[in-house]
Design a protein around this ligand. Sequence first.
Ligand code: ACO
Length: 403
Amino acid sequence: VVDIGHLYRDAGVFTYDPGFTSTAACESDITYIDGDAGVLLYRGYPIDQLAEHGDFLETCYLLYYGDLPTPAQRREFEHAITMHTMIHEQMARFYQGFRRDAHPMAVMVGVVGAMSAFYHDSTDINDPKQREIASRRMIAKLPTIAAMAFKYHIGQPFVYPKNELSYAANFLRMCFAVPCEEYKVNPILARAMDRIFILHADHEQNASTSTVRLAGSSGANPFACIAAGIACLWGPAHGGANEAALKMLEEIGDANKIPEFISKVKDKSSHIRLMGFGHRVYKNYDPRAKIMQKTAHEVLGELGIKDDPLLDVARELERVALNDSYFIERKLYPNVDFYSGIILRALGFPTSMFTVLFAVARTVGWIAQWKEMIEDPSQRIGRPRQLYTGSPQRDYVQMSKRG
Ligand code: ACO
C-alpha cells in the first residue's frame, strides 16, 4: 500500500500490484483454479473428467451457458454451430492481402478483428440475442479462419467446412485435406485435437482474458474484443509458450545436453527460461500437463512413432528439473505447454500454428468471460490507476532557453 498523497493531494491510498498478483478484477462463476493443489474446474467440473468423458462442443456449452447440455440442448447447439462455420466469401479474399510469410497469428488478429465489419447484426452488446449470435459465430468460425490462415501460409487452396464432421475432425480436415486426394480423419487424432481444445478452453483471468474483459468494459463489440485477446495471447510468456517450448526441445536436441541447458537456465544473466515450465497460479503440477503427456503417448503410438527424440528430451528434462532445488524452491512444474507442442507437431502442424490453435480453443473462454462481464450489473469500465514516478510539476521552458 503506497501513499502518494504528496503528488495527488486528493488521491488517498492506492494498492500497487504490478502484474496483478493479488488483485481480483472481477467476480466470476466460470473457472476455478487451486494452484497449490493443481486443481482446475470448469463450472465445477474437474478438467480431467471433461477431457476423459466430454467433448469440446459440450465444453463450449458448459462454459458459455453454465451447465452441461441436455440431449436436446446439445442437438440445437451443435446444429447452430455447424450452420455458422462458413465465413463470408469477401472475408476469404482478405487473406490475399497478407504476405505469405506473415505469422498466422498476425492474420488471425486482422481477420477476426474484421468480423465486426461483416456481422453488423450481432454487434449490439445490449441485446442478449445479438450477444448470443456473435458468440456462436465466433465459436463456429474461428476454426475456419484458423485453417484458412494455415492453408494460405503453406500456399494451398482453402478447404471449406464439412458439417457432418465433429468440431475437431472438421478442423483437421480443413487443415490437412488437399484437392484430388481422399482425406479420412483419423478418430484418435481427432480425439487428441478435441482434448487439446478442451484443455485450453478457459483459464480464468489470465492475460488474454483480462485483455478481452478490459476491451469489452469500454463497450467495444465482441469481435474487436476477441481480436484484442488473440493479440495478447501471441506473446511467448502466454500462448506463444508451446511454440517456444518446442523450439527449446529442438535446440537441446539430445538428453545428454540437458545438464548444460539447466545450468544456463539457472544462471540469471543468461535470461533463458525453461519454457513450458512455471505458472503464475499453479505452484504444483498443472493438471492439464498430465493429460497432455498421456495424449502425447496416444498420438505418437497411433502414428507409429516409436521413438520421438523430442519426447525423450522432454521427459528427461522434466525429471531433471523436478529433482533440482532451483525448480523445487520456486515451485516450477510443467505447464500445459510443455507437451502440447510435441502432439501438435506429430499431428502435422508447424510451430507457427501452435498459438493459433490455442486461440481457437480459448475463444469460447474469452466469449463466456465477456458475456459474464456484460451481464454483470456492477460492471464499470476497467481503468487501472498508476503509481506516478515521473517529474513533479515544472514550468515550460522556451526553446531558446534550453540546452
Ligand atoms: N524457467 C526458469 N526460471 C523460472 C521460470 C522458468 N520457466 N519461471 C519462473 N522462473 C523463476 C524466475 O526467474 C523467478 O526467480 P527468482 O525468484 O530467482 O527471481 C521465479 O521463478 C518466479 O518467477 P516469476 O517470473 O516471478 O513468475 P511469474 O508468475 O511472473 O511467471 C510465467 C509465470 C510467465 C509463466 C513464468 O513461469 C515463465 O516465464 N514460464 C515460461 C513461459 C511459459 O511456459 N509460459 C506459459 C504459461 S501457461 C500459459 O500461458 C498457457
